[in-house]
Design a protein around this ligand. Structure first.
Ligand code: IMP
Ligand code: MG
Length: 185
């Protein structure tokens, strides 16, 4: 893999802006879940940096769990139809207040099928917190209760989002220079 500097077109959301927004979301979530228990569910792997930072700004007691899904018959960029659970939760979510934490809602298929699947387990409440929203690409309607930023239809990486599995660690969200790097499907 090249260095990120060699494939970066521009920084879309810098580290300071990201951290400020994550802090705001944490405060909002803390206020909304003040008198209830809360279970954060991170969708691996993209949701990890976001959920970890968000959790530090959530001042009410909460638990964490993790799950992984993969889209049927499609690459990460063109997910279609339903998603398959590749790593399931360890927690029984029945009667829990669940907040799903995801890096980005693109076509919406991933979150939509995760929501459908989790609903069958009868949580008390089930909400979605997404760092990024690319509404131009939406195919499946999904509610986003807490949103970091709405972004244009560009392929981005950093802060959990990968470029062929690299660069999830970057503290900012950057746009790929497609003349210098083509993410594989
Ligand atoms: P959806 O099912 O189309 O909403 O896909 C969401 C998933 O696609 C996200 O969880 C990401 O893993 C991936 N994804 C969508 N857009 C991007 C992007 O711009 N950069 C990196 N990953 C992306
Ligand atoms: Mg993802």
């Amino acid at each position: 893999m090249k260095n990120y500097q060699d494939v970066l077109a521009e920084i879309l959301i810098d580290a300071e802006k990201l951290q400020k927004r994550v802090q705001e979301l944490g405060a909002q979530i803390s206020a909304d879940y003040q008198h209830t228990d809360l279970l954060l569910i991170c969708i691996l792997r993209g949701g990890v940096p976001f959920m970890v930072d968000l959790s530090r700004h959530i001042t009410v007691p909460h638990m964490m769990d993790f799950m992984a899904v993969s889209s049927y018959g499609a690459g990460r960029r063109e997910s279609s139809g339903s998603a398959r659970v590749t790593l399931d939760l360890q927690t029984d979510i029945r009667d829990q207040n669940v907040l799903l934490v995801e890096d980005i809602v693109d076509s919406g298929h991933t979150i939509s099928s995760v929501l459908q699947m989790l609903e069958t387990r009868q949580p008390k409440t089930l909400k979605v917190c997404a760092l990024l929203d690319k509404p131009e690409r939406r195919e499946a309607h999904v509610p986003i209760h807490y949103l970091g930023f709405t972004i244009p239809n560009k392929f981005v990486f950093g802060y959990g989002l990968d470029l062929d599995e690299y660069f999830r660690n970057l503290p900012f969200v950057g746009v790929v220079d497609l003349d210098k790097y083509k993410p594989s499907e």
